[in-house]
Write a protein that binds this ligand. Structure first.
Ligand code: ADP
Ligand code: MG
Length: 729
């Protein structure tokens, strides 16, 4: 029987780009085609209902239930005109991904027939089937039945024949069971805190918005090759596979042209994304072979998070059509770069971005410095939590490796901004902020305008870098829901701003001048948060030593890092801001630990199966062929000559024998380690055991499997190799 691998490689090579039929209109015309956006609200809703709904969306007014029916009606009319027959509450459970349960628009008409029906009640609230009712413990409460509630700030959209309604998912006892609910609370907290601080500089500011621009990295693999790799199919990454002789060392992929088949996929994806109002702007090859990136224009954070979740599922669907599988795993292949999702974050008011390099007025300059410093304060105080927010079993492979930010959170500011902060720290007010009469103050800082062009010395190794008008949180994983990072970051900044305002107000109350009070507090804070500032090489060993001295969180074990969610400072911050209760935090950590354990457990099982069903049989088969050859040599040649001629084969026979023994023993130990860990009932202890005893075993086994891949005849090897997975497209 022909080797399956050769068959799929042949199939993959034959594929040609799919034809993509682009809409005849320009992107600006089909943008948002399948979204119930403002234009459609205006068209399909009565004027008073439209006004009320916009008030909810723009100003956070409470939703007036009396308009729900009218809104539902308008939505239904629009949806039906687009061939829609079903609707679903679309939400983001903690398991990752999105969840939906589709219901048809039909109801009994009371006369034995059916009518199409979609009422306000169905729009506003639903009860997705969930497991059991609460029975006491946190774990049980957490699994309890919940309800989903409409989030009017993120517009409904159409996928195929279904109207999708973005919702939060909450338990009957009020705990958030998803990512969106705490995100909305965190965004509210940062809005309130930042607006209050803005009032020092401009009393007219009524709202501060948090923005997010994500950059989604991913790999594409031919679908046929993928189907011949059980590890990729079941775990999202290759558990084995020797380096390709050529991988990313030439840097030719990053600068190279996008392959035709991929180009067709990208075009198709972009069209469909634009139709869903996802403002895709950038596409390019990434560093590793078969690795790519797509990035939209930044949006308000809640919307940006929804759009990222939506895009990830869209990518999977569109990729299938083009004979690809999209890999969102952070580290699908060892030895080459993994994938991340930079989260570009900023705050803005209706008057502009708050983190933008200073404007012309002294107020704007001082405001800029305030928001930079207080962001750093938040990141400094909660650096361990921020790390926890991006941590997962899958992202753990990427962090700390020599390609992505280390497992230590620090911030890069660039020379100008660093110099500016140093200057404020080291001089008295009069020196730095030239107070000029009635106008208030004048900033005497020549460096500031240069910040505008400060894009050149970006430090690629920094997990949280300032890039001119925003911070880039680069440690976020490619597969992650950005909400986790955005909940932690916006909360941390909100807390810092609240704290800042309290201290400034106290000084003002004592009679200090407002500007002086602000500068005094900033000066303190610049000193306090100094340990988080690091402009050097984040990949170096010296940095790990230095970071320890600075008191930054240097923990590398994923399940232990999750503890940060339950530290006193985290619990205090989240409860104070009303983002999450202690009970919610505890319950969510249970889920995190359990998810971690399950991921490693599945990997370990797949590794065991593959080893026994693929690797050992193939290696033994090859060994038998060699043994036969050695025997035949003895039949043909005199003993001494036969011995000499067979020496290479004998070495390989021995090598295979040794390695297969080590591998078999390793698998046995792997199974035992799992058995021991599985007995633990505490979720944290179990996750720690999986991290400490199960995961390392897999690495040891893999090492020998990869060596066998090099030794065994190519003809016999059944699993598609790295060179095929990475270079066929
Ligand atoms: P890079 O050079 O890091 O690849 P890009 O210039 O492509 O970055 O931009 C990355 C993302 O940052 C885009 O989504 C962009 O819209 C977003 N971005 C730009 N300015 C801001 C801002 N002020 N706040 C948030 N995101 C922003
Ligand atoms: Mg970037």
């Amino acid at each position: 029987m022909a080797n399956l691998r050769f068959q799929v490689v042949e199939e993959a090579f034959k594929k040609r780009p799919e034809e993509v039929i682009a809409p005849v209109e320009r992107p600006s015309e089909y943008f948002g085609k399948y979204v119930f956006n403002r234009a459609k609200m205006y068209k399909y809703l009565p004027a008073d209902v439209y006004d009320k709904l916009i008030d909810v969306i723009d100003n956070g007014a409470t939703l007036d239930r009396s308009i729900a029916n009218a809104v539902a009606n308008g939505m239904k009319q629009w949806a039906e005109e687009n061939g829609v027959t079903h609707y679903t509450h679309w939400f983001q459970p903690l398991t990752g991904g999105t969840a939906e349960k589709h219901d048809a628009f039909i109801e009994h008409d009371g006369k034995g027939g059916m009518i199409e029906e979609f009422s306000g009640k169905l729009l506003v609230q639903q009860e997705p089937d969930a497991s059991s009712f609460p029975s006491g413990g946190i774990r049980n409460t957490f699994e309890a039945r919940g309800y989903s509630a409409w989030d009017p700030t993120s517009p409904v959209f159409i996928i195929d024949d279904t109207l999708c309604i973005p919702t939060v998912f909450i338990s009957y006892t009020g705990e958030a069971l998803d990512y969106k609910a705490p995100l909305l609370r965190a965004l509210h907290a940062v809005n309130v805190a930042a607006t209050n601080v803005c009032h020092y500089f401009d009393p007219k500011v009524s709202k501060v918005t948090s923005n997010l621009g994500w950059e989604q990295e991913y790999f594409l693999v031919d679908a046929d090759l993928y189907s011949a790799r059980p590890d990729l199919m079941l775990t999202g990454r290759t558990l084995m596979g020797h380096d390709s002789a050529k991988n990313q060392q030439m840097d030719d992929h990053y600068f190279g042209t996008i392959p035709d088949r991929v180009q067709a996929f990208m075009k198709d994806l972009e069209i469909q994304a634009l139709e869903l109002s996802i403002p895709c702007k950038t596409r390019h090859n990434e560093v590793a072979p078969n690795q790519f990136e797509i990035a939209p224009i930044f949006e308000e954070t809640n919307l940006a998070v929804d759009h990222n979740m939506l895009l990830m599922s869209l990518m999977k669907k569109v990729a299938r059509k083009h004979g690809f599988i999209v890999l969102l795993h952070e580290k699908p292949f060892a030895g080459i770069n993994g994938s991340g999702k930079h989260n570009n974050w900023s705050l803005s008011t209706d008057t502009g971005v708050l983190l933008h390099a200073p404007g012309k007025t002294p107020e704007a300059n001082l405001r800029f410095v305030t928001f930079i410093v207080e962001t750093l304060m938040g990141v400094y105080r909660h650096n361990g939590l921020l790390k926890a927010s991006i941590m997962s079993a899958t992202n753990a492979h990427r962090l700390g490796a020599n390609e992505a930010p280390p497992a230590i959170i620090s911030s890069f500011l660039g020379t100008q901004l660093s110099t500016l902060l140093d200057k404020i720290e080291n001089s008295d007010s009069e020196d730095v902020f030239n107070m000029a009469g009635k106008q208030g103050m004048k900033m005497d800082i020549p460096e500031i305008p240069e910040l505008l062009i400060d894009n050149t010395d970006r430090n690629r190794t920094s997990p949280f870098a300032f890039t001119g008008n925003r911070f880039e949180f680069r440690a976020v994983g490619s597969e992650a829901n950005c909400a986790a990072a955005m909940i932690a970051l916006n909360s941390a900044v909100a807390e810092a701003l609240v704290d800042f305002k309290t201290r400034v107000d106290a000084l003002i109350e004592k009679g200090e001048d407002k500007v002086k009070a602000i500068i005094d507090v900033l000066r303190q804070d610049i000193k306090t948060c100094k340990p988080i500032r690091f402009d050097g090489n984040g990949y170096s060993d010296e940095w790990v030593e230095e970071a320890k001295k600075r008191g930054l969180d240097c923990e590398t074990s994923c399940p232990v890092i999750f503890d940060n969610y339950l530290s006193d400072s985290s619990v205090e911050m989240f409860t104070k801001l009303g983002v999450m209760t202690k009970k919610e935090l505890e319950a969510r950590n249970e889920v995190k630990w359990e998810t971690y354990t399950k991921k490693i457990q599945i990997e370990a099982r797949v590794m065991g199966d593959l080893t026994m069903n693929h690797i050992i049989p193939v290696a033994t088969h090859y060994q038998s062929m060699l043994l036969k050859n050695v025997q035949n040599m003895r039949l043909v040649f005199p003993e001494e000559k036969a011995e000499k001629l067979s020496s290479r084969n004998i070495k390989i026979i021995e090598d295979i024998a040794e390695r297969t023994q080590i591998i078999e023993k390793g698998v046995e130990e792997l199974v035992n380690a799992r058995k021991v860990a599985n007995k633990l009932t505490d979720e944290r202890a179990k996750a720690v055991a999986y991290h400490d005893t199960v995961a390392p075993k897999m690495e040891q086994i893999r090492y020998h499997i990869d060596k066998l891949e090099l030794t065994v005849s190519d003809e016999l090897w059944t699993l598609p190799k790295y060179r095929e997975l990475l270079f066929i497209r």
